[in-house]
Design a protein around this ligand. Structure first.
Ligand SMILES: [Zn+2]
Ligand SMILES: [Zn+2]
Length: 596
């Protein structure tokens, strides 16, 4: 996963409400590396709109239409891209290949992070079985990308070698050309296993979409129906319940893993899940919530549930939450079999059977001196005959479940004992009905707003999914934020029902010479209606491409996070930032490397 650099959060930042000074200087030195996995750049699908080719000229669905549609239930996909039945069948059949010890993966120089990841991924039956007849989905013989680098062709080759070879073999281009898996990686450098898994799955997902005409052809929910999402994908549901009127605002988020905090007294995976998915936070005081029904600041309860359980559940333990230079080294207990049921939402749509999971992989980062920078990765994996083996680069040796369960795991891999039901295709008229129902519920005093549904369906194809929560929860996948080269002003959509201003946020970017003669980039974001730094969060997202995107989330003011693509040559720690309350202007300055 990419790093998300959070240099202040709205609630933590000093607010200037009680002094008369017009400027709020915001400290920019407290930067934490938020090891949030899927909730940031590399793997994430952008919440940006995705127009259907045939509807390329149609107007875009407003973010509030999509919000409305998803205010009751997860919007089903319009199409299913990869047949779900194959994933279900593969899981039901189990793995019949790979008898005996798996082949080792020789270390080609700091490649243990990849070897361990690949050994675990190979045990994800549904994905491995998908590659049995990969030519049905991806024509390797005619693959034009193959010579340059094609992640699907390379993964196919890797699996072939793994099956054919009795001993150890090299990982090949999946590490030799690692910068083509994702640009942030460097060959020969010790990378992070979790980040590598995210990047690899994302690259395959994107390649599969490309085979189907490109991601732009499909709405986001349809995109989330490749084999990668069928296998690893799930959804979380974030809710905020108004304590005055009881209105519940919902936000569905797709995810390819469930990262868990293991800070403090958390001693087990169940405790971590309990904390994440069974407790509610009360938003009150300076942290009040703007209810879209009451249209005023209210006390509210914020919570999160798992809404769709993944078939393969990947749980990264956030051992690096205090930054990359230290690590939480304690043992965290994890079960061999457990159920996600206590953490699921009441109206989870596709479960079919109990979400019971069996452990099949334990990826371990053996650290030296509690450093996240050095160390060695190994993986304990369970073979189809229930033998546990230890994969340590080229060496594979028989181990035991007991041994695996003793490890200070970094990433856990579980498979659902029975596959869940597949997604349903969205019925005709679904969006129109959902929008109508949501709007009539939301407006009690006034009659239901008249909804122009004539073009909603076509606009749906280019919809923008938005986050109703903080930036931590924003999935941004290949952001298509406007690229600013010199000075750009771009209008953004506002949350029409709750915004305090009819104006739209906008930004400008300029290069200035600082007092010391060095160049810096100044980003000035105008946030209409915003009166306090507490009303927004700012983060810098490192994209898989290596570019940085400035993300500003003002969830009580605007539906969508504001995303601003920054030039590559910035130093990602800002020099400083200010907020001018009267003007609603937030300014942040980044040092520039080399010429502007
Ligand atoms: Zn290919
Ligand atoms: Zn309310």
């Amino acid at each position: 996963m990419d790093s998300v650099l959070s240099w202040f959060s709205g609630s933590a930042a000093r607010d200037g409400d009680d002094d008369d000074d017009d400027d709020d200087s915001i400290a920019s030195s407290t930067m934490s590396d938020d090891d949030d996995g899927r909730e940031d750049g590399s793997l994430d699908t952008t919440r940006e709109s995705l127009g259907d080719a045939e509807d390329a000229t149609s107007p875009r669905a407003s973010t509030s239409d999509v919000d409305d549609a998803e205010s009751k239930a997860l919007l089903p996909p319009r199409k299913i891209l990869h047949p779900y039945s194959r994933v279900r069948d593969a899981m039901n059949a189990g793995s019949d290949t790979n008898a005996g010890l798996p082949s080792g993966l020789t270390n080609g120089g700091n490649t243990c992070f990849a070897a361990s990841a690949l050994q675990c991924l190979r045990r994800a039956t549904a994905l491995t079985a998908w590659f049995d007849d990969i030519d049905r989905w991806h024509n390797s013989a005619r693959c034009e990308e193959k010579r340059k680098f094609c992640v699907v062709c390379e993964y196919a080759k890797h699996l072939e070698r793994a099956t054919a070879s009795g001993g150890a073999h090299s990982i090949g281009r999946l590490t030799k050309d690692i910068n083509k898996v994702a640009k942030q990686f460097r060959r020969g450098r010790q990378e992070d296993s979790h980040e590598y898994i995210n990047a690899l799955l994302d690259a395959m997902h994107v390649a599969f979409l490309k085979d189907l005409g490109g991601e732009k052809k499909y709405d986001l929910r349809t995109q989330e129906t490749t084999v990668i999402y069928h296998t690893f994908g799930g959804y979380t549901l974030g809710t905020v319940k108004c304590m005055s009127c009881g209105y519940v605002s919902k936000n569905f988020q797709s995810t390819l893993d469930i990262p868990l905090e293991v800070t403090g007294k958390i001693a087990s995976i169940e405790a971590a899940l309990e904390m994440n998915y069974c407790t509610e936070e009360t938003l009150s005081g300076s942290n009040m919530y703007k209810c879209s029904k009451c249209k005023t600041l209210v006390r509210a309860k914020k919570g999160s549930k798992i809404h769709v359980s993944p078939n393969v559940l990947t749980i990264p333990l956030k051992r690096y939450s205090t930054g990359r230079f230290s690590k939480i080294t304690k043992y965290v207990h994890f079960p061999e079999r457990f159920s996600l049921a206590p953490y699921m939402s009441d109206d989870a749509p596709y479960e079919g059977s109990d979400p019971v999971y069996d452990l099949f992989g334990v990826l371990v980062h053996q650290d030296f001196y509690a450093s996240a920078h050095s160390g060695h990765y190994v993986a304990y994996v369970k073979l189809p005959d229930d033998t546990w083996v230890l994969c340590n680069d080229g060496r594979v040796s028989v181990s035991s479940e007991k041994e695996a369960m003793k490890q200070k795991a970094y990433i856990l891999f579980y498979e659902r004992v029975t596959p869940r039901d597949g997604p349903d295709v969205r019925p005709a008229g679904y969006l129109e009905d959902a929008v109508r129902a949501a709007r009539s519920e939301r407006t009690t005093s006034a009659p239901a707003m008249s909804v122009d549904t004539s073009d909603i369906r076509s606009r749906l194809e280019s919809m923008k999914f938005s986050s109703a929560r903080g930036v931590d929860d924003v999935i941004s996948y290949r952001s298509e934020a406007p690229v600013a080269t010199s000075t750009t002003t771009a209008p953004m959509e506002t949350k029409t029902e709750t915004t305090t201003s009819s104006m739209k946020p906008s930004f400008e970017i300029e290069t200035v010479t600082a007092a010391d003669g060095s160049n810096e980039l100044k980003v000035i974001v105008t946030l209409p209606g915003c009166t306090s730094v507490k009303e927004f969060d700012v983060e810098l997202e490192a994209q898989a491409s290596g570019a940085n995107v400035l993300v500003i989330c003002a969830t009580s003011l605007y539906v969508a996070p504001i995303k601003i693509q920054l030039p590559r040559n910035i130093v990602d720690e800002p020099r400083g930032s200010t907020f001018k309350r009267k003007l609603g202007k937030y300014t942040v300055r980044f040092p520039l490397v080399g010429a502007a």
